[in-house]
Design a protein around this ligand. Sequence first.
Ligand SMILES: [Zn+2]
Length: 410
Amino acid sequence: MTGSATTIVRNCHVFDGVQDRPYAGAVAVRDGRILAVGPEAGVRAAAPDSAREVDLGGGYVMAGLLNMHTHLSLSLPGPGGDAVSRMSPHSLALYMASGARRTLHSGVTTVRCVAEKAHAEFALRAAIDAGWTSGPRIFTAGRALVCTGGHGHEGSDTLECDGADAFRRGTRAQISAGADLIKVMISGGIAGEHEAIDTPQLTGDEIAAVIETAHAWGRKVTAHAGPAPIIEQAVRLGLDCVEHGYQLTEPVVKLMAENGTSLVPTLIVTRCKDFFDSLGVPEWMQQRSLGAGERHVESYRLALAAGVELMLGSDMPPFQPTEGTTATVRELEHMAAFGLAPVEALRAATIVPARWLGADEQLGTVEPGKYADLIAMDTDPTQDVSALRSLRWVMKGGEVVRDDRTGLRA
Ligand SMILES: [Zn+2]
């Protein structure tokens, strides 16, 4: 091991995610992983004299963000989405690569993709791993499973199945393609013209077939779901995570907490008119989305009060500019504004998702042995998550990929 392979990130406050408060310290990084973290003297002692130094100018450093509800190939109704849907496979892959790069620069070092078109994200993931292009670590569900005509059926980011056998086959097909988890649409949603948010879409035996098959292969299942009765049925069948949860009730959040079912609330999707306008999203969808906002927040508050495990997910592309920041940071601000303490919001964006993904030995906190996926900003995020608006430096696997002081965007 040569000393030049070691970097000391110093002159910073470290929020390590283990303790609740940041402390003045440093992080030593070697071979893409964290070698040591703590007060600077101790970190220096653990690193060779020849180590390179990165001076963060008094900034706050923490683990890179994990965004648990991502679509790099999102196409909502309207002209913006139609342009994505019409792309050739080659264009689509390049478009997604551009989104992946911008995602990484936005401080999101890991994504969980929950429906991408044509399995293109498997090629993207391989390209990122090979160093051909830069992007976050990708965990993916492949294509989301949906009944004929169900939520999102219009595109190649879903796979239509009908009957328990077809849902078993669909589950196995995603795993065979390389899926880390399974996504299933068990109710209607905002973006489907011929359905309502509370339209039931799968039968009980279909939901059970997906969950049983995925679990047998060691994969978790997350479900796009709005209404409480359908969520209750799926949670009783062993569902691992709920996306959106627009219409949760007290008994159902209690059941979720008891069963360890997580919630990715995606609060931003019922309060993002500027995003919809930029894509030319039609009036019927805007009304449905913005009209569901109040009940959506009520659901979120119930889940929070019941102790349901909450995780950050934007649904919108993670880097998407909105209201003066990115969709990821704006979502975290919503989660905090509607009741989650800042330090818990930061955990909902780091270690809690890492644990759900079974990757908490590698990701989610600033601890020795984990990947050196780090972000830095000007002010203290444990006081106010809006500190993430001042994000100006990103490291993935020990390599600096964004530094606003030098203009670097790798
Ligand atoms: Zn989504």
